[in-house]
Ligand binder design. Structure first.
Ligand SMILES: Nc1nc2c(ncn2[C@@H]2O[C@H](COP(=O)(O)OP(=O)(O)OP(=O)(O)O)[C@@H](O)[C@H]2O)c(=O)[nH]1
Ligand SMILES: [Mg+2]
Length: 227
């Protein structure tokens, strides 16, 4: 597949964002080289981020009434993408940590899987607490599910719509991305991984690190069938 060649299936990128005004123009133009449409979900940003998103028939902008979390925004994005006839979704963070030029690689891997998650390698630039959190939660999740989950927290993912459309999740925050993996694997879906570089170009993380890591661990250790 050449770099600008798109998947033959209708592919929609789903981009939840909160206060990412600086990143959105470059992200938008890069994404449109690889996908048919982009759905942005503005989670009540107060930096005017929605205003820098270009108006185009290839762009859908949804706005939450109040800050409702990444998991809630992903739910809205998934629903809208299904309604728009997507056959493949790409989820990608809006802070330029996930290079869109890796989308063709994710789509190639998706030919033999239901979900593909980008696996950040060479994590030298990742802050120590993020490295530790990612390492611990990925190891614990792999043990729980009996299959290797190389990067449980990475939000750069590709999904086959037919496989994922019946997978639901309860969390509305960052934990949703872990819950999606648990529910998908328990439903027999196949998860693949594609290596991408680790990019930390600024220190603007919005995650409450300690509380979120404890939340990930509690979710993974929970025995509830719904988790
Ligand atoms: N919808 C929504 N998205 C959010 C919220 N907070 C952050 N995001 C988005 O979720 C993505 C990831 O947020 P980050 O804070 O960078 O979290 P992360 O990438 O897991 O953490 P780092 O490794 O520290 O960068 C970014 O695209 C954010 O804009 C929120 O409250 N609601
Ligand atoms: Mg980030």
């Amino acid at each position: 597949m050449t770099i600008l060649q798109k998947s033959k299936n209708k592919t929609i990128a789903i981009v939840p964002f909160f206060n990412e005004k600086e990143s959105l123009p470059l992200l938008t133009s890069s994404l449109l080289a690889y996908v048919d449409q982009v759905i942005f979900i503005d989670d009540c940003s107060d930096d005017g981020g929605s205003l820098v998103i270009p108006k185009s028939e290839k762009i859908i902008l949804l706005k939450n009434d109040k800050n409702s979390g990444k998991g809630f925004s992903l739910k809205r994005g998934f629903k809208r993408a299904i309604d728009s006839g997507a056959e493949v979704f790409i989820t990608i963070d809006s802070d330029l940590q996930h290079p869109p030029e890796h989308i063709p690689g994710l789509l190639t891997e998706l030919e033999t899987c239901d979900i593909v998650i980008a696996n950040r390698i060479n994590r030298k630039t990742m802050p120590f607490h993020r490295k530790l959190s990612n390492y611990l939660t990925s190891k614990l999740l792999s043990l729980k599910l009996g299959t290797e989950i190389k990067d449980s927290q990475c939000g750069f993912r590709a999904f086959r719509v037919n496989s994922i459309k019946n997978i639901s999740w309860r969390r509305n925050d960052f934990l949703a991305e872990t819950e999606i993996i648990i529910n998908a694997v328990r439903c027999g879906l196949l998860v693949g991984f594609v290596n991408i570089p680790t990019i930390y170009n600024s220190n603007n993380s919005k995650m409450k690190h300690f509380a979120t890591t404890i939340g990930f661990i509690k979710l993974i250790l929970s025995n509830s069938k719904e988790n």
